[in-house]
Design a binder for this molecule. Sequence first.
Ligand SMILES: [Fe+2]
Length: 358
Amino acid sequence: MLTIDPPEDAAMMQQADILEEPSSDVLKQGKILIVDDMPANVRLLEMILERAGYRHVRSTSDPRQVLDLYQSFKPDLLLLDLNMPYIDGFEVMRQIRARSRENAVPIIVLTADAELSTKHRALKHGASDFLTKPFDETEVLLRMGNILRTHFYSQLLEAKVRERTRDLVKAQLETFNKLAIAADYRDDNTGHHAKRVGRMSGMIAQALGLPDTFVGLIVQAASLHDIGKIGVSDMILLKPGRLTTEEFETMKQHTVIGAKILSESSSPMLQLAEEIALHHHEFWDGNGYSGLQGDAIPISGRIVGVADFFDALTHERPYKKAWSVEDTVRAIQERSGTQFDPRVVEAFMSLNHTELAE
Ligand SMILES: [Fe+2]
C-alpha cells in the first residue's frame, strides 16, 4: 500500500529559511560580562571588544560582585577567570548554574592553566569554551563570535518553537469549537449552548476547588458533551413532547456514540471529553443512563450534568420553551442528592445564575 509521509524535510527547510543565522551586527549587540581579578586582563579584553565593535560590555575584578551584576545586567556571554580570591571561577559557575538552569548563559573560561584536569573540571561546571592567557585578539573574537552565534540561534529557535506551539494550541481550540458547533447544530446552530456549558462547568469546577489544569480542560471538554447526537435521528432529537420508551433508549445512545467518537485519543482534553460524553446523564442516586451511582460517576460527568441541565432549561429549543432562571435553580436544588451530587449543587449555588443564563 502506498503511504504518504508528511513532508518533514520541506517543513524543516521552511524553518531554516525563517531562522537566519544572527549577523555579525547582531552579535555585536550581545551583552558581555568580564570577570577577572587582574585589572590589566579586564582592560585588555575591554579594549579588544571595543575595537571589534562590541557596545555592551561590563566588567568586574571582584568576583563577589558577579552574582548581582549577572542578575542586573543579564549578559549573553560571560568571560570568567578561574583563579580568583574570595570566590573562584568554579564557584561562580556553580552559583550561576544553580540560579538559571534553563537559558543558561554561555561561559568562556579564561585560564593560564593548560592542565587538562582544570579544563575537564571547568567543562563539568558548564563552561562552553576556553581562552588561554596571554590572549590572542583574533582567537578571542572568533571564539566569542562562535559562542554568541550558537546562543542567539538557540534563543531564536526557542522563541520560534514557543510561537508555533501557541499557534498549534489555538488551532486545536478552534477545531474543538467547530466540533462543538457541529455537535449541537440541529438544535442550536450557534454553538452557544456548548460554549455556555463549558464555561459554567469550569466555574463549578473552580468553586469545588479542583486544580486549575482541570478547570482549563473541562471548559473545553464539556462543550463536546453532546457530540454523540450526530448519531441520533432528527425525528427523535427534535420531537416535541415526550419520547416513547423505545425512542428514549435510542436517545440515550448519544452518550455511548459520543464517547466512541472521542475515544482512543492521547490528548488529555479529548480524554476528558470522552468521559463527559459518556457520563453527563448519570444520576447521583443511580437512576441515570448507565446506573452508575455516587462517587463512582466521574466528577466531570457530575459537573456537566448540572451545567447542561441549567443551560438546556433556561434556553428555548425547537421543541420546548425556556424556563425562568429562578424555576431552574429551584429544580436543581430539589434534585440535589437524587439527580445531582449535593457538593456540585452547593458549588453551583455559589455562582451568579442570571449571568450564567446570558
Ligand atoms: Fe446529552
